[in-house]
Design a protein around this ligand. Structure first.
Ligand code: ADP
Length: 447
């Protein structure tokens, strides 16, 4: 009998244990990597092998490409699973994995590269028929030139870094007198943060919702969508609550957008899981970016479609198996995810440290994705996401009620978390009525 294939998980935290479970359920062997400070993570104990790849600082461990490839070599991995964050959207790392004989679980590095450059991505996506936010992606030559262009677009506008990510390198400009200074400072900030000072300009939408479409392709032109998500509840451009499907939208328009996404990704021969992100305002959808990886919020899509997206990624990458058929993908119920972060619920200051006690919520259609256990120490070196509470019910109202119960049951002691903020959100009328926008949390709820 053939030996089971082996996956190397090149990540940590919530996505690492998520991927470990998916891989083990499929019968694969799992090797994991970790930094010295992460040696007590639960998924390492469940892995067949665990390799230390460096000290706590991400640049020396989870971003250390050579160490990860060496670990893959050492364990004889067939594939490298990048998860999200760290090297997940690094096209040169993806290329190195493939060239070293370890299949990078994700799309073609060339597609990752284009989508990582927001100017190229917007231009390409627009050419494939997807509506984008009006703006300017051409060369910025002089103050006069750019002021004339923005006069045409109309204020306010947002200056964004082409290589940007995580909400960094963006500037909202309300008035002409501030435009040139903002362009220059955004260019400088982008150069420092991303090593690429290219910026572009978009119309700044005032109160849009963030709606995204999950796609999955076989890499040969067959692509399906797995419907939509609403991720409008954000703080500092970071998502806090996510839902699937997105509701209170014109259904015909949403269907059209989903189909356009499928068509565009099929022309790209897109491989694996991807998300096209849109802003939605005044009945229109505007593409902002494509993420060429699994997202934190993939779980809510899994809950309503019954598709295990991580398993689908792994079976496509390792067995060339693609079982998804558009006409068999149906929405069942309404799902919601609350991201539990180790942070003060009012000041948002990170709250790392030892968790003295954990009680996980349970019940029908209640899911808890996390590594944490009593005695686990949350390090201060990484993202503050420590858990996801995910629930599903028949409709949104019942889903909110189920989430309230799940969050009430959840106990995390020893550190602070944003659990009280989530309970506040669930009881807010604007939230209940889907009457919100991307700045709603910051402007109306946590003023
Ligand atoms: P990043 O890659 O840094 O996450 P995005 O382009 O995805 O950058 O934008 C992040 C968030 O910034 C969006 O979810 C939205 O909240 C806000 N944003 C981006 N572009 C615009 C725009 N044109 N108008 C208003 N808000 C925007």
């Amino acid at each position: 009998m053939k030996n089971p294939k082996k996956i190397l998980i090149a990540n940590r935290g919530v996505i690492a244990i998520r991927a470990l479970r998916a891989a083990k359920e499929l019968g694969y062997q799992v090797a994991s990597v970790y930094s010295t400070i992460d040696k007590d993570q639960k998924h390492l104990k469940l892995s067949d092998e665990a390799i230390c790849i460096g000290p706590a600082a991400s640049k020396d461990s989870y971003l250390n490409e050579a160490a990860i490839i060496a670990a893959a070599e050492l364990v004889g991995a067939d594939a490298i699973y990048p998860g999200y964050g760290f090297l997940a959207e690094n096209s040169s790392f993806a290329e190195k994995c493939n060239q070293s004989g370890f299949k990078f679980v994700g799309p073609d590095p060339k597609v990752i590269e284009i989508m990582g450059d927001k100017i190229k991505a917007k231009e390409l996506i627009e050419s494939l028929g997807v509506p984008i936010v009006p703006g300017y992606t051409g060369n910025i030559q002089s103050q006069d030139q750019i002021e004339n262009i923005v006069d045409e677009i109309g204020y306010p506008v947002i200056v964004k870094a082409s290589a940007g990510g995580g909400g960094k390198g963006m500037r909202v400009v309300e008035k002409k007198k501030d435009l040139w200074d903002c362009v220059i400072s955004a260019q400088n900030e982008a150069q420092l943060a991303f090593g690429n000072g290219e910026v572009f300009i978009e119309k700044y939408l005032q109160k849009p919702r963030h709606i995204e479409v999950q796609v999955f392709g076989d890499g040969k032109g067959k692509v399906v969508h797995l419907y939509s998500r609403d991720c409008s509840l954000q703080r500092r451009y970071q998502k806090i609550v996510e839902e699937a499907p997105a509701i209170n939208l014109p259904q015909d328009k949403l269907n059209e957008i989903q189909n356009i996404c499928v068509k565009a990704c099929s022309e790209l021969k897109y491989e694996g899981a991807g998300t096209l992100e849109f802003l939605y305002e005044n009945n229109e959808f505007y593409f902002i970016e494509m993420n060429t990886r699994i997202q934190v919020e993939h779980t809510v899509t899994e809950m309503i479609t019954g598709v295990d997206l991580v398993q689908a990624q792994l079976s496509l990458a390792l067995e060339d198996r693609f079982d998804l058929e558009q006409d068999k993908l149906k929405i069942n119920g309404h799902a919601m995810q609350c991201r539990i972060n180790a942070e003060d619920p009012e000041t948002f200051i990170p709250s790392p440290g030892k968790i003295s006690n954990v009680h996980r919520p349970g019940g029908y259609h209640v899911r808890f994705e996390s590594q944490i256990y009593s005695g686990y120490e949350v390090p201060s070196n990484y993202d503050s996401l420590i858990a996801e509470v995910i629930v599903k019910d028949g409709d949104r109202e019942n889903t909110i009620n189920k989430m309230r119960m799940a969050l009430t049951e959840l106990v995390v002691e020893g550190i602070k978390t944003n659990q009280p903020l989530h309970l506040k959100i669930l009881d807010d009328n604007g939230f209940k009525n889907v009457d919100y926008y991307i700045k709603y949390l910051e402007e109306e709820l946590i003023k």
